[in-house]
Design a protein around this ligand. Structure first.
Ligand code: CUA
Length: 328
């Protein structure tokens, strides 16, 4: 397990901004919010004023009938128009600002799956092209701090929505389409995120974490992810070696990639599984008891899970957990 510098931000509040993009978004949100509060107070005040001022004073007296007040009608047409125009101008500018992607930025491919997030990192020689994959990981997105990182979003199944509220607004991950967004964190820390488009049974279990690191820590992490998977020596009878055999024979290898071992593409890449502190859409801390619970019956822990119940024996689970723990 990795030790993480910085603090954790589990609250997922858009008002608690920790990056330039979230800050930019709040420069639009905050004034629009206060304008809306002003309109609410004004309208509520006028309604209350009218209720008392023009209330019926006797049972049988019909209210005075009036039609049309040109001045009032012009006023309530022009005032909202001016208000909306004054909000539209910064909004349009903001849309263009948000679509102004930095050149030569680290570009990470984000793919939504039911129900977890895949992150493909580009090679150092081609950092702006996430199609040139250096390594693939899941659930925890590492980024260097104080750096604008471009994310390209897509999905392999249904529409998901990528959202880490303290760092940036949400954006759709749509099958057959690539959407782009920028994300940036001011300080080192772990920022919690969540799929925010209903995508089926385990939508609520499709969480993620962004781990923002100092450039040195980030580079060290990249190097650790580029390293080949830990392998078990031939002929070894250790628990982990038995586990690696179980991985190959019970079906895990058909769905999960471990570089140099298997190339399944359905589930998360497990090459450095033990370097991640959470798993299964970040619903579990990566501990042995949680792994046992998960391997015993994934769809019970995460309803609708694509990973089936393989009806593993307790012995097989013990061996698999020992093997997974070696995949640092
Ligand atoms: Cu993916 Cu909700």
């Amino acid at each position: 397990m990795v030790t993480l510098g910085g603090c954790t931000h589990p609250l997922q509040s858009t008002l608690d901004v920790h990056g330039s993009i979230a800050r930019l978004e709040n420069t639009l949100f905050v004034p629009v919010f206060w304008i809306a509060v002003g309109v609410l107070c004004l309208v509520t005040g006028l309604v209350l004023y009218c209720v008392f001022k023009f209330r019926a004073r006797s049972e049988d007296e019909a209210p005075k009938q009036i039609h049309g007040n040109t001045r009032a009608e012009i006023a309530w047409t022009i005032l909202p128009a001016i208000l909306l125009a004054s909000i539209a101008v910064p909004t349009v500018k903001f849309v263009f600002d948000l679509n102004n992607f930095p050149n030569n930025a680290l570009t990470i491919a984000v793919t939504g799956h039911r129900w977890w997030w895949q992150f493909d990192y580009p090679t150092a020689t081609n950092p702006t092209n996430p199609g040139d994959i250096d390594f693939s990981t899941a659930t925890q997105l590492h980024i260097p701090i104080q750096t604008k990182v471009v994310l390209t979003l897509t999905s392999v199944d249904v529409i998901h929505n990528f959202w880490v509220p303290e760092l940036a607004g949400k954006l759709y991950a749509i099958p057959g389409r690539t959407n782009k967004m920028v994300i940036e964190a001011d300080q080192a820390g772990t920022y919690y995120g969540q799929c925010s488009e209903f995508c089926g049974t385990s939508h609520a279990n499709m969480r993620l974490q962004v781990i923002a690191q100092t450039p040195a820590d980030y580079e060290a992490w990249v190097a650790s992810q580029e390293a080949p998977a830990v392998t078990q020596p031939a002929g070894s009878t250790s628990e982990a070696a038995v586990g690696s055999q179980v991985f190959q024979t019970v079906g895990c290898a058909g769905c999960h990639t471990i570089t140099g071992v298997s190339d399944g593409m359905v589930g998360p890449n497990l090459t450095h599984f033990a370097s991640r502190s959470v798993f299964a859409g970040a619903i579990f801390a990566n501990t042995d008891p949680n792994l046992r619970l998960w391997l015993a019956n994934p769809p019970l822990e995460k309803p609708g899970s694509v990973m089936p119940n393989l009806h593993l024996s307790s012995t097989q689970i013990t061996a698999l957990v020992a093997y997974l723990d070696t995949l640092k």
